[in-house]
Design a binder for this molecule. Structure first.
Ligand SMILES: [Zn+2]
Length: 439
């Protein structure tokens, strides 16, 4: 039986190790929301760190190398020196796993000191500690659990805690260990997760991207993407109810009903944010798996936000650009002041365009083109030359239409080819012409 069990654990370990080779580790800081934690639970949290300190000092006093982890982790009471006298303290919150880790860490420290000593360095003894600032939570699903929906952290033996920042954790990931941290009276969780490594493409295909306020994402192959995850009407109604709810100036609290409505509104916002992230991820994923070189301009999105506010907020194109940067094999960033608008994509003639001119006719070659597509096109070539990429493969019609199909399949996304609305005659010109500069 025991043999079988050991065998199983070994296999599981091997499986995990193989899986980790295809993954990257990331860590996130989650904050415990003190305003939503009861007095009793706060006391328990403080006590946990105190018990950790008592136990650490108990092991140090016993002699770290003499400690036998699987026996000492069963210790339920320790003697603590208070004003020169020893008093007994109960360990009621520190779990066996937490104790085990404290012992392991101390023993590793001793080993490290021993190694240093061998190298002829003078080393001191391990001293008693005055305070402990981190508790290791070894096993996700056992020592601790996160509930993304309820936005809570469950710690074994201590219960549930409301937390802030869970949305940073990606949907598809393996959550592993965590550290519970105390910092100036605030509590944090440092979670380590494993996410799949992005596959790198090597196909020497390049694409340029133009980010805008009106047509949100435009690609150099002529595809335009708009996506608005609109706030549903019921949220507006909820706002009205909330603003009418009573506010108590003394307690600085809304009425019960007001608080309930606010919770609902927050939930809607969180939902909307997740939808936006999802759309961003899907589009960026397609680009990253099909194009080795991706050029984009470092536009001042923050300033746009100030100017246009709501609309930018609804799409979070800043979020899209960051996702893209992270995912693509070779991002080609073009400076924010480089001129990319108003350059004819057929002959290179440069002119000044007003913000209202969405389509323009080149005064030199007479070709009509979409402002954003030509900007994406200019961005692509600016990026390629700026980063000395050399020759790239031309983008063909087949890949453009499969990209269009894919983008159309994403919820909330409207994708089209610029020019679909134009007259067929102009379409013809637009289709034959790019070969002049492609490749
Ligand atoms: Zn021209």
């Amino acid at each position: 039986m025991l043999m079988e069990k050991n065998e199983r654990i070994r296999n599981k370990g091997r499986e995990t190790r193989n899986k980790r080779k295809t993954q990257t580790a990331k860590s996130f800081e989650i904050k415990l929301d003190k305003s939503k934690i009861s007095k009793e639970k706060m006391d328990n949290l403080q006590r946990l760190f105190l018990e950790g300190k008592w136990f650490t000092n108990y092991i140090i006093s016993k002699g770290i190398t003499d400690s036998v982890p699987y026996m000492d982790y069963k210790v339920k009471k320790v003697n603590v020196k208070v004003k020169g006298k020893f008093e007994e303290r109960e360990l009621r919150l520190l779990s066996s796993q937490m104790k085990q880790y404290i012992i392991n860490r101390l023993q590793n420290n001793v080993k490290a000191l021993h190694e240093l000593g061998k190298k002829g360095k003078k080393v001191g003894k391990i001293k008693y500690i005055k305070s402990l600032h981190s508790i290791f939570l070894m096993q996700y699903g056992n020592t601790y659990t996160l509930d993304m929906k309820k936005r809570t952290l469950h710690i074994q033996g201590l219960g549930d805690f409301k937390v802030i920042g869970l949305e940073q954790i990606p949907n598809a990931c393996d959550i592993t260990t965590a550290n519970l941290i105390e910092r100036n009276g605030d509590y944090f969780l440092h979670v380590t997760v494993y996410v799949p490594k992005e596959e790198r493409v090597h196909n020497r295909k390049a694409i340029g991207i133009d980010l805008g306020v009106k047509d949100q994402i435009t690609f150099s192959n002529g595809i335009k993407v708009k996506y608005n995850v609109e706030m549903p009407k019921r949220v507006k109604k909820l706002y009205k109810v909330f603003s009418r709810s009573q506010y108590n100036k003394e307690t600085k609290e809304r009425s019960k009903r007001g608080q309930k409505v606010l919770a609902k509104i927050k939930k809607e916002f969180a939902h909307e944010n997740n939808q936006k992230k999802d759309v961003n991820n899907k589009i960026a994923h397609y680009i990253a798996t099909n194009y080795e070189f991706v050029a984009y301009q470092n536009d001042p999105i923050k300033e746009w936000q100030r100017l246009f506010g709501r609309r930018i907020y609804q799409t979070s194109i800043g979020g899209f650009r960051n996702t893209l940067k992270r995912k693509v094999s070779t991002p080609l960033e073009v400076g924010r002041f480089a001129k990319t608008t108003g350059i004819c994509m057929y002959c290179g003639y440069s002119l000044h365009l007003n913000l209202s001119e969405r389509v323009f006719k080149c005064p030199s070659c007479g070709r009509v083109q979409d402002r954003d597509v030509s900007a994406a096109y200019a961005t692509k070539y600016e990026g390629l030359s700026l980063w000395n990429v050399g020759e790239t493969l031309a983008d063909d019609d087949a890949s453009t239409s499969s990209m269009l199909e894919y983008l159309k399949s994403i919820p909330h996304v409207k994708a089209s080819i610029a020019g679909e609305a134009r007259s067929p005659k102009q379409m013809d010109v637009a289709q034959e012409a790019p070969s002049v500069r492609a490749g």
